[in-house]
Write a protein of this length. Sequence first.
Length: 450
Amino acid sequence: PERIFRPVFVIFRMASASALDSSCLSVLQECSKTKLIERLELQEYKENVVLIHEGDAQSKAFLIEQGTIGCFRNHPEKKNEIVKMDSIRAGSISGFFHLFEDDPAYYTLKVCSENASIWSISAESFKALLREESFFQDWLRFTHKEIRSQTKLIRALKPQSNEKSDKTVVTFFDSSAWTYAAFDVAKFKENYEFKFHSERLDESTVRLANGSEVVCCFVNDDLSANVLRALNSFDIEMIALRCAGFDRVSVDHAKVYDMTVARVPAYSPYAVAEHAISLLLSLNRKLHRAYQRTRDANFDLQGLIGFDMHGKTAGVIGTGKIGRCLVSILLGFGCKVLCYDIYPSDELKDRENVKYVELDELYTNSDIISLHAPATDETYHMINSSAIEKMKEGVLIVNTSRGSLVHTSDLLQGLRSGKIGGVGLDVYEGESPYFFKDNSERVIADDMLR
């Protein structure tokens, strides 16, 4: 389609520019050029003016000469809320195919810049132009010929098979050896066709999803508005996440596109909680340092002394499934547990030695702090210099949730000053270029990570 309609796109753009420079249309016969220009209308708009509403009959195409137009869709679940799906900037066309079809407007188009200069042409006027002018009749003949030839080419390239597969095609991104091991097994092959890609999903790799009904993604795949727009153009019906968190997904855009988003909310809760405890024990008992010394036949105990966890106060931020598992383990060590969550767990409220408190009280009274909260605007950099200042001297901090919860430079400063006694991190806010990859033969450019 891009190749076929490019001549008219170009002509339309050149016609709108002709008021400034008529030489732009030198490729057209003078008569055809004049007739096209006569049918274009230029209007000036102010910010927030709506050109057309979603669902209204649209019989015009718009070309933006100056300014920006926002494309909005009604949120399917939130009344009176609209979602910005795209932006159209100077030199771009909106509604070109409405010149040929009577479909309702897919977007609400609204001016998003202070001023906008917009050319338009009606479907009736454009169709009349196609009928009257020989140049455009020739273009239609070219279009007809091109479509016929390209259709034959596509038909010739398709596999010649009378069997239609009923299998659901699933494209995996950010695949690793364990992804293959888990999914590329006989029990799935009757109903699914799997395509595995080691590349992460982003705007440069989204093309790999074409031909699928489902994409299966991991924690660092990009499912932002632009990527979802491309997936929608491929008729992707479902996004299946191999993780609990969905902070990388533009959920509102997925809802507008009627894509199902599935995740694993109980993603190995015991494994994550036990891993958090492993990090905590390693910090407290200096296990990593002891291991290195033992390898060097150094059995000196200096600097390897920790503390008894029994009787200590542990702060748990986030008491979802993982947080609740951790609380049970900490109680087994004999800890007193302070919890914080905007949605307190009924399961924990009545447990002995467990108490829900505000964040400041948790920071002030905890010997150990473990993070198990999702990445949201409210939790972004919640562990920062202000929070660290309220903590006990020598506090141990463990984060196995999301890297964005911690302000990394403030954390490092807390370590250097001795305010923080140790940190165990399974996540890092700048992890995407490095985690789940072998970086042993490259230089890590991130100074804080090094």
